[in-house]
Ligand binder design. Structure first.
Ligand SMILES: NC(=O)c1ccc[n+]([C@@H]2O[C@H](COP(=O)([O-])OP(=O)(O)OC[C@H]3O[C@@H](n4cnc5c(N)ncnc54)[C@H](O)[C@@H]3O)[C@@H](O)[C@H]2O)c1
Length: 371
């Protein structure tokens, strides 16, 4: 691992560039600046207006209009630019020996995701994806409950990420919002899906789908998840429900105090269900518990983890393979939406052309390592 590139060898601290200082990148600037192991944060953005705005909060920050001119001043890069620029910026930085944290969506095409993973491997640099929810204490609690079997047999999962949202220029709602839900599902279930069905439609935007529904199927554990994402909904919703035979859990990210609520509720078929004078199901209503969750800021933990990985050579929790696994599902969902059919993840893996043998070899390796 090349943790000593560009100056860290002597100082043990990192110079971090943040490419894209819009809504989300400016938060990375704040969190990176708060870390002791970061000696300097520089910003990279062609928009003079954005740079001037950021200088209100951070007057002394150095800025560059493009990545190329910033390269000598950084050891590591956060890519928080529009999604279609993620792969070219990340690869250019990694080819120059820089470590990279790429925001979601990791890439807008599976081919690009493979290229990024391969470039990181060849350059011996850290590549991490900003799947922020994997650094969220409520999501850790969900994963623990599922792993311990607290909920009984898993029946299904359901997620909703809705709002009168910010339309993106270069990706539809599927690539903008569903990466969060897919990364949470993969993390909570400790698995990746085998197939996906997706239905989406365009309303307010002529070219980009603004609502989408996904059915994501996992084999191990054998369970399905329904994902609803929308930029065109009157209500802001950030909710995930996990329903099991013993208990049901709701994670509502808009609930300040009680983000996780465990409902000790259940429904089961009556033993005497052949008796048509009786209702077919019996219901169990128990207590609702909101477990204590340690307060943390997921983005701060994520940035801290990235810097630690660069300085120690540790493999990131959300590494390139993690990002690639989510892009596989997005690409399968996009195809499903287009062709109105279930798409198996294996199919999109195979669809990378035969002349990409090197890429496919890397992908197989990455998946094996991820198991
Ligand atoms: N992890 C999360 O929870 C989360 C939340 C919001 C956004 N995001 C992601 O962060 C990224 C940025 O989203 P945003 O809402 O901040 O977008 P934004 O439009 O507010 O900001 C994008 C910025 O990138 C700049 N930019 C464009 N091309 C560039 C280039 N080649 N080099 C440097 N800068 C460039 C633009 O000038 C702009 O300032 C997206 O990928 C988005 O999906 C992640």
């Amino acid at each position: 691992m090349n943790s000593a590139q560009g100056g860290t060898e002597t100082t043990g601290r990192l110079r971090v560039g943040v490419a894209g200082i819009g809504y989300w990148g400016s938060k990375h600037v704040r969190t990176m600046r708060s870390l002791d192991s970061v000696s300097q944060v520089v910003v990279i953005d062609p928009s003079e207006e954005r740079v001037a705005k950021l200088r209100h909060s951070f007057p002394e920050v150095d800025s560059y209009p493009d990545l190329e001119s910033a390269l000598p001043a950084i050891d590591a890069l956060v890519v928080a630019t529009p999604p279609s620029t993620h792969a070219p910026l990340a690869c250019a930085a990694m080819e120059a020996g820089k470590h990279v944290l790429v925001e979601k969506p990791f890439a807008t095409e599976l081919r690009d995701a493979h290229r990024m993973v391969r470039t990181a491997g060849e350059g011996g640099v850290v590549l991490m994806v900003g799947h922020t929810f994997e650094y969220h204490s409520a999501v850790w609690a969900l994963r623990e409950m599922v792993a311990r079997g607290d909920l009984g047999d898993l029946y299904y999962l359901d997620t909703s990420r809705l709002n009168l949202g910010l339309y993106q220029q270069d990706v539809n709602v599927l690539f903008d919002l569903a990466p969060h839900d897919i990364s949470i599902l993969n993390y909570v279930l400790g698995s990746t899906p085998t197939s996906v069905e997706c239905w989406g439609s365009r309303h307010a935007h002529r070219r980009l789908e603004d609502i989408a529904y996904l059915r994501v199927c996992y084999d191990e554990p054998h369970v399905e998840a329904n994902v609803h994402v929308s930029w065109l909904d009157p209500c802001k919703v950030r909710r995930m429900t996990v329903v099991g035979s013993s208990k049901m859990v709701v994670f509502d990210d808009l609930e300040g105090e009680e983000r996780i609520r465990v409902h000790n509720k259940g429904v089961s078929e009556r033993d005497d269900s052949a008796d048509l004078t009786m209702p077919p199901m019996s219901y169990r209503y128990g207590e609702v518990v909101a477990p204590y969750l340690a307060f943390n800021e997921p983005l701060l933990l994520e940035d801290e983890h990235f810097v630690d990985c660069v300085l120690t050579g540790m493999r990131p929790l959300t590494d390139g393979a993690n990002g690639l696994a989510v892009v596989e599902v997005l690409e399968a969902a996009q195809l499903s939406m287009k062709e109105h059919r279930e798409v198996f993840i294996e199919e999109v893996r195979r669809s990378l052309r035969v002349d990409d043998e090197g890429l496919l070899g890397t992908a197989a390796l990455v998946r094996r390592e991820a198991v």
